[in-house]
Design a protein around this ligand. Structure first.
Ligand SMILES: Nc1ncnc2c1ncn2[C@@H]1O[C@H](COP(=O)(O)OP(=O)(O)O)[C@@H](O)[C@H]1O
Ligand SMILES: O=P(O)(O)OC[C@H]1O[C@](O)(COP(=O)(O)O)[C@@H](O)[C@@H]1O
Length: 307
């Protein structure tokens, strides 16, 4: 079984307007509320790929009820821990004529130690052959070591893990050999306090994550495609041409496609191909991509090995 952990789920309030001017009243041309959070998006893509998962996380308050009702139509298996404070609302602003996406993500509810313990308790049933995908920011009051502690725990129980977070929280888990890490190129640069001028520089830094323990390093590069760096091999996926509608969740989609396919086949190249298709298909959709779109985009992606 795949478990996705979204420590800080959200209602994604996606606003479209012609232009955004800060400091003034702006009016939308369309708006939509989506059940968000990185692990939630991963579970939704897995469902599209017909792969079972259980979505876990902290959900609370009136916004939490709305989040659950928005999610209900997607028929995911879930086991959320109820918390007292409100689930956050993340605002995504697509200024169409400026070709610019702006995101404001809330910090999320405070999690009490009882709520945290209740969450951790349910992970005791995770075991051999299971994969736990941990994604996204932590709500306030959860310790910085939250993901690391979970990784240690579930690994001792025989399960594998994948982590999609940034900064030191990501680096700390590498010695435990995560199956996949997926920084985007900017997050990878931030990890090493640098900037990149070429694919080769990105690859060199991705290899450092490999050396520190990651089994596969996916580097997503938005409209420039993606790289997969594994022991002894580096692959590149092109980004097919298309109209970008809302790229929120593209990275989560890529992780889902990779992880779900890798669990089924153990084939990193096919997993990368499907992961890249899921990412682009989501970028070309208003919401998380559906299967038909993923299949169509898959045919437009080539995976090439770089020497
Ligand atoms: N504009 C785009 N055109 C085509 N594919 C895209 C586009 N944006 C994202 N993708 C695909 O989705 C993947 C993940 O997107 P990215 O924006 O890099 O992740 P994140 O959301 O984590 O920052 C990319 O590597 C690429 O394969
Ligand atoms: O937990 P964070 O880092 O604040 O991110 C949460 C946001 O990430 C998303 O899951 C999208 O993630 P990506 O665009 O990186 O794939 C949104 O649905 C959500 O609002």
């Amino acid at each position: 079984m795949i478990y996705t952990i979204t420590a800080n789920p959200s209602i994604d309030y996606v606003l479209q307007l012609k232009t955004l001017t800060t400091g003034e009243v702006n009016r939308t041309t369309s708006d939509v509320k989506l059940p968000g959070g990185k692990g939630i998006n991963v579970s939704r893509i897995l469902k599209e790929l017909n792969i079972d998962s259980t979505a876990l996380g902290f959900v609370g308050g009136a916004t939490g009820e709305m989040f659950k009702s928005l999610l209900a139509q997607h028929n995911l298996k879930t086991n959320f821990t109820t918390v007292k404070e409100d689930t956050r609302i993340n605002v995504k602003v697509n200024a169409v004529e400026q070709d610019e996406e702006t995101e404001i993500n809330g910090m999320g509810p405070a999690i009490s130690s009882d709520e945290k313990n209740e969450f951790i308790d349910q992970l005791k049933s995770v075991g051999n052959g299971d994969v736990v995908i941990m994604s996204g920011s932590l709500p306030k009051q959860l310790p910085e070591t939250f993901y690391l502690d979970i990784a240690k725990m579930i690994q001792a129980q025989g399960a594998d893990f994948i982590i999609d977070t940034t900064g030191q929280a990501l680096l700390d888990t590498l010695p435990l050999h995560p199956l996949v890490v997926k920084p985007n190129n900017h997050e990878l640069a931030d990890l090493f306090q640098t900037t990149f001028n070429s694919d080769q520089e990105i690859i060199d830094h991705a290899k450092k994550l490999l050396d520190q323990g990651a089994k596969h390093v996916l580097v997503s590069m938005a409209g420039d495609g993606a790289l997969l760096v594994t022991k002894g091999h580096t692959y590149k996926a092109n980004a097919p041409k298309g109209t970008v509608i809302n790229s929120v969740g593209a990275g989560d989609s890529m992780i889902a496609g990779f992880a779900g396919t890798f669990m089924k086949t153990g084939d990193p190249i096919e997993s990368f191909h499907i992961g890249a298709a899921c990412g682009s298909a989501t970028a070309f959709s208003q919401d998380i991509a559906v299967k038909e779109k993923i299949d169509k985009v898959y045919k437009e992606i080539n995976i090439s090995e770089l020497s």
